[in-house]
Design a protein around this ligand. Sequence first.
Ligand SMILES: NC(=O)c1ccc[n+]([C@@H]2O[C@H](COP(=O)([O-])OP(=O)(O)OC[C@H]3O[C@@H](n4cnc5c(N)ncnc54)[C@H](OP(=O)(O)O)[C@@H]3O)[C@@H](O)[C@H]2O)c1
Length: 209
Amino acid sequence: MTIGIIGAGAIGQALAGRFVAAGEQVVISDSRGPRSLRGLVSSTGPGLLAGTVAEAAEEEVVVLAVPWRRLREAVAAADVSDWQERIVIDTTNPPGRPTGHLPGPPGSGSDGPGGRTSSEVVAGLVPGSRLVKAFNTLRPDVLGADPRTPAGRRVIFLSGNHPGANGRVARIAGRVGWAAVDLGPLAEGGRLQQVPGGPLATLHLVMEP
Ligand SMILES: NC(=O)c1ccc[n+]([C@@H]2O[C@H](COP(=O)([O-])OP(=O)(O)OC[C@H]3O[C@@H](n4cnc5c(N)ncnc54)[C@H](OP(=O)(O)O)[C@@H]3O)[C@@H](O)[C@H]2O)c1
């Protein structure tokens, strides 16, 4: 299995490094094209390839790791009309106040999630996918570090409306070394892990062996 990553900044790079260290194949992309990622690819090792956004989006599991305000543009560059049940991992966090009115991604047709969680808004941008919200609550330096610590495995939270997809992402995370905690559907679990404002935002836990 190959994991596609859209966004090669702090979060995209942290995840790419961890996935590759665990033996996964990764295609990473940014808005400027594969040539801009040559340095990253050569420093990460043979498991990492640079691709276009569309190439990353072809993979069975696709990570969205772009700023909220650029989500719409990134999804447009992916050029996918039907995600055909592919797993889309949403790492994004919207700007805004902990509660109340949050701006939707530009052009999303939504002026804000309203009662919805941010990942429910993102799910609307990738129709047909099985979206899993994950890896959005930890800082990039923590996410990019070895999840197997002397005290136990670092916890990552995930949520999504498709239990099979949640389980798949939990297994991928487990191979990397994280302890994945499935919080259930987006409306409930997604709210708990929403940043800013959710009670699990920025919570850094390790699970004892
Ligand atoms: N940093 C954190 O502490 C943190 C923690 C958890 C979650 N998050 C969330 O994770 C997401 C990424 O954050 P980050 O800190 O990694 O951001 P970042 O360091 O600013 O990196 C953003 C990446 O997105 C790429 N990008 C922007 N527009 C794109 C497009 N249209 N198509 C393809 N790639 C595009 C950028 O590529 P170019 O440079 O080529 O434009 C860049 O590689 C955000 O939604 C953020 O809220 C961040």
